[in-house]
Design a protein around this ligand. Structure first.
Ligand SMILES: [Zn+2]
Length: 61
């Protein structure tokens, strides 16, 4: 969670889902193909969930 500054969280998938990792990556790809070219997946330790985030204000990953 270090390379994003105030990202927009698009999706949150609980780690309880055994396929959460691949679902998050797939969703990030869907968002990238759409309105959020900077969308990508993270694991959020605080909530034990995979999140799909988009960087605000341009792609500076
Ligand atoms: Zn990021």
């Amino acid at each position: 969670m270090s390379h994003c500054t105030n990202p927009t969280v698009l999706e949150r998938i609980s780690d309880a889902d055994p396929r959460a990792d691949s679902r998050a990556e797939w969703l990030a790809g869907e968002y990238r193909a759409g309105r959020y070219p900077t969308a990508h997946a993270h694991y959020d330790l605080a909530t034990e969930a995979f999140i799909v985030v988009a960087q605000q204000g341009g792609a500076s990953e």
